[in-house]
Design a protein. Structure first.
Length: 458
């Protein structure tokens, strides 16, 4: 009886600790990793590093000097040598570890063994990054960071850079318009595409940038941000008037570059290799970001007259995508569906959009249109996105690299408030003044009338 009582007294706290750890792992994975997962994974890594590297085929024959020293001092068998390991650096989401590759090894050898390393050390994922020739960094992620997205507290983002999502390797996904000037963003209803757009606009609102919107859904997506927009078109007819103005603005900026650099006025814009960033800051035009929501609405036609207007708008969009970067004009093209069947110019427009972000789509053809020409293996990853994870997407660019990302939640009211707070930063672009959206002013509630008591009579 005494032994049973002692067992119950000891087992109670142990069970409580186990239950608490299980609860933390399911509901607070970051806390669980910092308190339990990190020490366990570190111990596994330190105790099994050599044997795991040997099992993964990442060891090499020791140097001749090492062989002679081992044979001279001991009678042990000379074993293969693993890559030299650096200091283990813990993070809030995992571990970082640098390896110096042995002669004859390459980063692809380590990347091919990432899945084995993940299972051997008990972590969620392992990613390999090349630091410099001969040195790679292993980024061990302890838990699924995309289940509950929490952006890092400090993100180094500069001008025209917006930390819009979190990558699966726990690094922020930064939308850099200087590096990737134009982007195609696809996503079905409730896939998180609108959330992605909100983060972009809210991130650009405090920066000295002109924001222009084309939203053919009567403006329901972009109208809440009207206080920060320099122009807004809510119908195809208005878009047909706005796009030529943007093309003319682009041409005027090219003329400014020609004048400043002494280029002949009749030089074609295609032959100018410089951009507005080579101009003095006092003469430099403000950068302009054009958001096109539901791009398919610009392609749809009902009559022959609409077809002519469609061809003109598509041609102007293609011109902006081809030549706009040097003039400081950037495109963010969004839609639920994008395919060659939209009509003439769809494939040509896509070819000019360097960045690609594909949320959950309703058909494989849209995923192929977004990612098939840059990373065919990413198409299956985009098609596998579950409806229960809104905001999850596959991001890639024309370099062939891709990764899974997820956008954190941002309410429409918070994004609109960020635009209202930055309304004073709307730049003066004379050509866009006719398209300046009207900002609705909320009526001030009048105070309740004061009812004075009637004078007493009699």
């Amino acid at each position: 009886m005494t032994d049973l009582t002692t067992l119950l007294e000891v087992g109670g706290p142990v069970a409580a600790l186990g239950g608490g750890a299980a609860y933390a792992r399911a509901n607070h994975p970051g806390v669980y990793w910092s308190t339990v997962g990190l020490p366990i994974s570190t111990a596994r890594l330190l105790s099994s590093y050599g044997s795991v590297m040997e099992a993964c085929g990442l060891t090499v024959a020791p140097s001749r000097l090492r062989m002679l020293a081992v044979k001279a001092t001991t009678r042990r068998e000379v074993r293969p040598v693993p890559p030299r390991r650096g200091i283990i650096r813990p993070t809030s989401t995992g571990l970082r570890l640098r390896l110096r590759l042995a002669p004859g090894q390459e980063p692809a050898d380590v990347a091919a063994s990432a899945e084995r390393l993940r299972h051997a050390w008990g972590v969620h994922a392992v990613y390999v990054t090349t630091i410099k020739p001969g040195v790679v960094e292993l980024r061990l992620v302890g838990f699924d960071v995309l289940r509950r997205v929490r952006m890092p507290r400090k993100v180094d983002a500069g001008f025209l850079q917006v930390p819009v999502a979190l990558r699966e390797d726990a690094m922020p996904f930064i939308r850099d318009y200087r590096a990737v000037p134009h982007q195609l963003t696809l996503g079905a209803t409730l896939s998180g595409k609108s959330m992605y757009l909100r983060h972009l606009i809210a991130g650009l609102a405090p920066q000295p940038v002109a924001l222009v919107g084309i939203d053919c859904k009567r403006g329901v997506e972009l109208a809440p941000f009207a206080s920060r927009l320099s122009a807004l078109a809510t119908e195809p007819e208005q878009a047909a008037e706005l796009l030529p103005v943007l093309v003319k603005e682009m041409e005027d900026r090219y003329d400014l570059i020609k004048t400043r650099q002494g280029i002949a006025p009749d030089t074609p814009a295609e032959e100018i290799t410089s951009d507005i960033w080579g101009l003095p800051e006092s003469e430099r035009p403000v950068p302009l970001v054009l958001f096109v929501d539901e791009v398919a609405e610009l392609f749809l036609v009902a009559t022959r007259k609409d077809e002519e207007r469609r061809d003109e708008m598509v041609t102007q969009l293609i011109r902006l995508a081809q030549l706009g970067r040097a003039a400081g004009i950037y495109l963010e093209v969004c839609g639920q569906r994008f395919g060659a069947e939209l009509g003439k110019g769809a494939t040509m427009l896509r070819a000019q959009l360097t960045g690609r972000v594909c949320h959950r789509v309703n058909d494989e053809a849209s995923a192929k249109m977004a990612l098939g020409d840059i990373a065919p293996e990413a198409v299956m990853a985009a098609c596998a996105i579950a409806p229960e994870r809104p905001g999850l997407a596959v991001a890639g660019d024309t370099s062939g690299g891709w990764s899974r990302i997820r956008t954190p939640y941002l309410s429409l009211s918070d994004a609109a408030a960020a635009c209202r707070e930055s309304a004073r930063l709307v730049p003066d672009v004379p050509a866009l003044k006719p398209f300046l959206p009207e900002v609705a002013v909320r009526p001030v509630a009048s105070p309740a009338p004061v009812v004075e008591p009637r004078p007493a009579t009699g």
